[in-house]
Design a protein around this ligand. Structure first.
Ligand code: FES
Length: 308
């Protein structure tokens, strides 16, 4: 006899042969959300299988299609398409009307949006050094003009190395390499970082004919897993990358200021490229929310030829 432990409900129920998790839960009076009526369209019935994944049927075509569209990991299954043949522990992930509305906010005729996907990627934060002083002493019109030129130059370099700028925040931006499964994401980030520095050095010389201010950038980078998905309400949504890798890359970038460095990278990233880059220093930094100290390296030059 197959059984289902409904983890959130602290309940263990039996399921009949051929019965889906959804049908068994509904039969036992559980308010298991199933907006599309069990047709593998909405994903609101999704559960995380915490134990016994091997005791479920393989995904059918409909579930495979929706799971791949939404980037669902293996352990997330549609309760309406999953039939236990043994013992399974499942946690419902859509618990109430708000959860359901978040998923279905594009309306009945449209499909739910991506839920987030884990990607191995490299993360680059770039900001403008002394931006506040720059804006205070520069007419607003010139600030916008300079920023537009800067973002144009930077954006094209990031694109050239298969990266993607996914956020702008005042004086900086966040670029991710590897969202398109580029196996050389780390190397491309390093190359883009050096190319960006060269381009901005030239840009700095150019803009002195326009404003009498220095224009310098600082870069911080790390590599690891990120969760990438869409956040925000309909009409105001944006793609976002979240997770420890992103937070740490941001902390590394911020450390440039105290260390008086320009391009700091994590040890994980450095270890991949130490043969191809020279460094001007190695430092131990503390990062908010992380224990202990962490080694970072100030990149100096790239030595050709670099792989990838
Ligand atoms: S109820 Fe809609 S996908 Fe399962």
């Amino acid at each position: 006899m197959a059984s289902i432990e409904l983890v959130n409900d602290h309940l263990c129920i039996e399921s009949k042969p051929g019965q889906t998790i959804l049908d068994a839960a509904l039969e036992h009076g559980i308010n298991h959300v199933h907006a599309c009526g069990g047709h593998a369209f909405c994903s609101t019935c999704r559960v995380r299988i915490e134990d016994g994944l091997e005791n479920l049927n393989a995904k059918n075509e409909a579930e495979t299609k929706l799971a791949s569209k939404l980037g669902l990991p293996e352990e997330i299954r549609l309760a309406c398409q999953s039939t236990p043949t043994g013992k399974v522990a499942a946690r419902r992930l859509v618990l109430d009307k708000v959860d359901e509305d978040v998923i279905m906010q594009y309306g009945g005729s449209k499909e739910p949006r991506s839920l987030g996907e884990e990607k191995e990627a490299s993360v680059l934060f770039v900001d403008i050094a002394d931006y506040t002083a720059f804006t205070e002493k520069t007419p607003a019109y010139d600030v916008v003009h300079v920023l537009n030129r800067y973002f144009f130059i930077a954006g094209n370099i990031i694109k050239k190395y298969n990266g993607r700028i996914i956020d702008y925040y005042g004086d900086g931006f966040l670029a991710i390499f590897g969202l398109d499964d580029d196996p050389n994401h780390a190397g491309n980030l390093i190359k883009a970082g050096f190319a960006l520095q060269d381009a901005i050095d030239e840009f700095d010389r150019d803009i002195h004919s326009l404003v009498d201010r220095d224009f310098k950038i600082r870069l911080g980078a790390h590599t690891g897993n990120v969760i990438w998905g869409t956040i925000g309400i309909e009409g105001m949504e944006k793609e976002a990358a979240i997770g420890d890798t992103v937070n740490f890359a941001s902390r590394i970038e911020q450390a440039n200021k105290d260390l008086n460095t320009k391009f700091l990278i994590s040890e994980a990233l450095f270890k991949k490229f130490e043969k191809w880059c020279t460094v001007s220093g190695a430092f131990e930094i503390k990062a908010k929310g992380k224990e202990g100290t962490h080694k970072v390296y100030a990149l100096d030059r790239m030595m050709a030829p670099m792989p990838g």
